[in-house]
Each structure stands twice: as structure tokens, then as C-alpha cells.
Design a binder for this molecule. Structure first.
Ligand code: HEM
Length: 450
């Protein structure tokens, strides 16, 4: 199908020229967050630059973002960066396209509707309590490590009904190795195809084979259970499409890997950055404690409590504004298109950056300041829809957003009523923007029992 014909300018949108060969790849590799902010501020809502021969646009006008993610969604696919994770994620929801993606999304969607997600709350509470009982007041921990381990345990339990510490360890280790090798591949400029038997490719292929063996074992265990449990695998195993077809083992593996990877680190980052911000804003923390005291009075939160915790919600919303766990998404045009009056040729990449939009002073005055109050009087309804989009938008919006928000609120309230974190004065907290917005050296803090 052809896109609607609109008048387009023949020239490119304004933007940095970069170097003759690399274009702007160096600026992107060295300081990508500042690079995107600078480009948007200097060149406006649609800017253009190159990575080597590849033409890129940065769309930062919320209406143009909506056009890419929603209105013209059918003319775009995921960008080249997302496709690079196919060796591990296969044809899962994040990396698949077209009718295949739609079918998989339809089969998985029922597991992410609100009622189903609510049924995971007791488990989230139980695993959080398990983490809390392992803590000692006065010890120094890396907050991000703690929350990553917790959200990983929650993901493995909700996805595979996996409880065994040995299984968890085996999975995390094989995954870490495969991902480290994938990321090393990502950083090299000239990449050989994964089938080429170079040393790096052989290592990667070995690690991925090992990882798949572990996951296939979990799937076989899931299939062999006489009674289906309250885990996603149990339901996906029996989910049927309209024509009666089910997912193959290969599809199940791709989806489980995808959901695990897309879900646990992002939610852990929401919690880690929230605590980091709270440790610097004692007044906000005080208000949060007051809300919990009034609504929960020391009790563990349940999903029914969440609508009565508006300040908790505002803290999470604001933390994801200041430190969006996913700070960059991209699409590639599948045909010639129009955007903002310019021509987007087939193959061009459009980047959209939450880091840029969430710091736009037109929508968020005093944009660097952590100020949950700004959300309390209906700001979300007054700003353009794509001025704030931590979960993306359109047909490819995050499938796990309800899950993630509930998980973050429950953990924040369960942990915060028992412990406070004090930042270590000499700790260096730096951002390392990879696929997600990681803390470069973790977030060390002292635990103090309240
Ligand atoms: C705070 C936590 C989370 C954040 C910030 C987040 C963010 C995002 C974003 C921005 C996208 C869209 C990417 C794009 O358009 O290219 C996305 C997609 C996705 N997310 Fe999340 N996510 C979170 C939690 C989760 C959880 C808990 C799960 C699953 C349990 C999950 C599963 C997925 C999947 C499968 C997709 C791809 C959907 C599709 O293309 O159909 N995410 N996420």
C-alpha cells in the first residue's frame, strides 16, 4: 500500500554534518544523550544526520512522533539496532514484524490485561519480602543489583513458574554471557554476519546455543506439568489463534526470552532511579512516607491500594521522566514517506528519544528538577500525547506497561516502609546509556531500617 501523497520538500531537514565518512557516529558513540538533546535544541522538531552511509532523522516534535508510531505505523519497521538482537531474541514480539508479529501479539495480549496482571501481585509481594528478609540494617548494597535480582526473580516466576535458585543462576549466567558477546558485537563497526565462523561469532553462537538449551529445558518442564500453573508459559503453551494453531517450541522460546529481557531490567531501572532521586530529595521522601502511613499503615500494599496512592504514582511517573529506562526508540521506513513536510526515503531511520522529549522545557518547566508534584494536577492531559512516552506508543506500545507500573508501585511501597537508602558520599553515579539507561557503576547505598 502506498502512503498518502503530501507535498514534500526535496532537501533534507537541517542537522549536523559530521565527518565525511562516519557522519555523526562518533558523537553518538561518545555522548549520545547530549548529542540528541543538542541536535533537537539546535535544529528543531525534525533533524537529520548520518551514521556512515545510513541516513537518520531525529523526530522530537510530539506530533511527528505520533505520526511515526501511530498514524504511519504500518509503513515502518523496527530500526537496524533492534534487529541486531535477533540472534538472541529470534522472532519474539520486540523483533518480529507484520502478520507474524500481529499473531504473536494477539496470542500474548490476554496475559497482560489488567485482571491477569493483578493476579501476579501476591507473588511480587512474596518475593519482595524474601529480599527484605535477606537485608541487614547498616550494610552497603548496590541498589540496582538488588532490584535487578528481584525483578529477575519475579519475571522468572511469572514467566516460567521457576523458583529453583540453581535454575535461576544457570539461566542468568548463560544469558549474561550471550548478551555480553552480543553487546561486544554491537560495538564493532564492521560486523561479519553471524554465520561467518570468526572467533567472536563462534563464541557467540556457542553461548546462544547453551542459553537456548536452558530455556528449552524450562519449556519442556512447563509442557510436562499435569496442571497448568499461573505462569505465562502455561498459558502460551495452550493459547490458540482463531485458526486453532498454537505456538511452536521455537516461538515459545523467542517470546519467553523477549518478555524476560524486555521486562525485568526496565522495571528494575525504574526502581533504582526512583530511589536514587528520593535519596537526594528528602522532602519528597517524607511526603511519600506520609502517604504510605495514611493508606497502608505498615501493611504490605495490594493492587486495591494503588488507586489510593497518587503520590507514589507521581514519583514513579516523574522518575521515568527524568531517567526514562528506554531512552531511545527507532523505526525504519519501508517505502518513501512524508514527515514534517520532508521526504523520508525507504530505508531511512527515524529516532525518537524519551530523554530529549522528557526534558523539553516547554512541557516540563525546570526540566532537570525531580518534582513529582508537577503530575498531580492533570499535567498528563495538558501536554501533547508524545511529550511523555516511557512505554512508546501505537500498535507496538509496551505490552507490559500495566505489569511494570504495578510491580514498581508495590515494590516501592513495600521496601520504602521498611528501609531508607542513604547515598554513599564518595560514590560516583553516572549514566551509561546502553539499550536501557543503566547506572554506569551501580548505585551503592547504605540500608537503614526505618
Ligand atoms: C518500566 C518498565 C518498562 C519500560 C520503561 C518499557 C518500555 C518499553 C518501550 C518504550 C517499548 C516500545 C519499544 C519500541 O517502540 O520500539 C516496549 C516494548 C515492549 N515491552 Fe516494555 N517496558 C517496560 C516493562 C516491560 C515489561 C514488564 C514487559 C513484559 C513483561 C515488557 C515487554 C515488552 C514487549 C514484549 C515489547 C514489544 C511490544 C511489541 O512490539 O509488540 N516491557 N517497552
Amino acid at each position: 500500500m502506498n502512503p498518502p501523497a503530501k507535498p514534500v520538500r526535496r532537501e533534507l531537514p537541517p542537522g549536523p554534518k559530521g565527518t565525511l565518512i562516519g557522519g555523526s557516529i562518533r558523537e553518538f558513540s561518545e555522548h549520545r544523550l547530549d548529542f540528541f538533546v543538542d541536535v533537537a535544541r539546535k535544529y528543531g522538531g525534525l533533524a537529520s544526520f548520518r551514521f556512515g552511509p545510513r541516513r537518520m532523522f531525529l523526530a522530537s516534535d510530539p506530533d511527528l512522533i505520533e505520526q511515526v508510531l501511530v498514524t504511519d505505523a504500518r509503513h515502518y519497521i523496527k530500526h537496524f539496532g533492534a534487529r541486531m538482537y535477533k540472534p538472541v531474541l529470534g522472532n519474539g514480539l520486540v523483533t518480529s514484524e507484520g502478520d507474524f508479529w500481529l499473531r504473536q501479539r494477539r496470542l500474548s495480549q490476554p496475559d497482560f490485561v489488567k485482571n491477569r496482571v493483578l493476579s501476579y501481585a501476591p507473588l511480587m509481594v512474596e518475593l519482595t519480602d524474601r529480599m527484605l528478609s535477606s537485608w541487614t540494617s547498616g550494610e552497603i548494597v548496590d541498589i540496582h543489583f538488588q532490584f535487578s535480582s528481584l525483578t529477575s526473580a519475579i519475571a522468572l516466576k511469572t514467566l516460567f513458574d521457576l523458583d529453583d535458585a540453581g535454575d535461576r543462576e544457570r539461566f542468568s549466567e548463560t544469558l549474561r554471557l550471550a548478551f555480553d558477546l552480543m553487546s561486544a558485537r554491537f560495538r564493532t563497526i564492521f560486523r561479519l554476519p553471524t554465520w561467518f565462523p570468526s572467533k567472536a561469532n563462534r563464541q557467540l553462537n556457542r553461548a546462544v546455543t547453551e542459553l537456548f538449551k536452558v530455556v528449552d529445558g524450562f519449556i519442556a518442564q512447563g509442557r510436562a506439568r499435569p496442571e497448568p500453573g499461573n505462569d505465562l508459559l502455561s498459558r502460551l503453551v495452550s493459547a490458540q489463534d482463531d485458526d486453532g494453531s498454537r505456538m511452536t517450541d521455537r516461538q515459545l522460546r523467542d517470546e519467553m526470552m523477549t518478555l524476560y529481557l524486555a521486562g525485568h531490567e526496565t522495571t528494575a531501572l525504574t526502581l533504582s532511579w526512583s530511589w536514587y532521586l528520593l535519596s537526594q530529595h528528602p522532602k519528597v521522601e517524607e511526603k511519600l512516607i506520609a502517604e504510605w502511613k495514611q493508606v497502608l499503615n505498615g501493611r504490605t500494599p495490594t493492587p486495591d491500594d494503588l488507586p489510593h496512592l497518587p503520590y507514589t504514582d507521581a514519583v514513579i511517573t516523574e522518575a521515568m521522566r527524568v531517567y526514562p529506562p528506554v531512552y531511545l526508540i527507532g523505526r525504519e521506513a519501508t517505502c518513501d514517506l512524508e514527515l514534517g513536510g520532508y521526504r523520508v526515503k525507504k530505508g531511512y531511520t527515524i529516532f525518537m528519544s524519551q530523554w530529549v522529549n522528557h526534558r523539553d522545557p516547554r512541557h516540563f518547566p525546570d526540566q532537570e528538577r525531580f518534582q513529582p508534584e508537577r503530575w498531580l494536577d492533570g499535567l498528563a492531559k495538558r501536554i501533547p500525547k508524545y511529550a511523555y512516552y516511557p512505554f512508546g506508543g501505537g500498535p507496538r506500545v509496551c505490552i507490559g506497561n500495566t505489569f511494570a507500573l504495578m510491580e514498581a508501585a508495590i515494590i516501592l511501597a513495600a521496601v520504602g516502609q521498611k528501609y531508607r537508602f542513604t547515598r554513599q558520599p564518595d560514590a560516583i553515579i553516572d549514566i551509561s546509556p546502553q539499550i536501557t539507561l543503566l547506572p554506569a557503576y551501580g548505585i551503592p547505598a547504605k540500608l537503614e531500617r526505618r
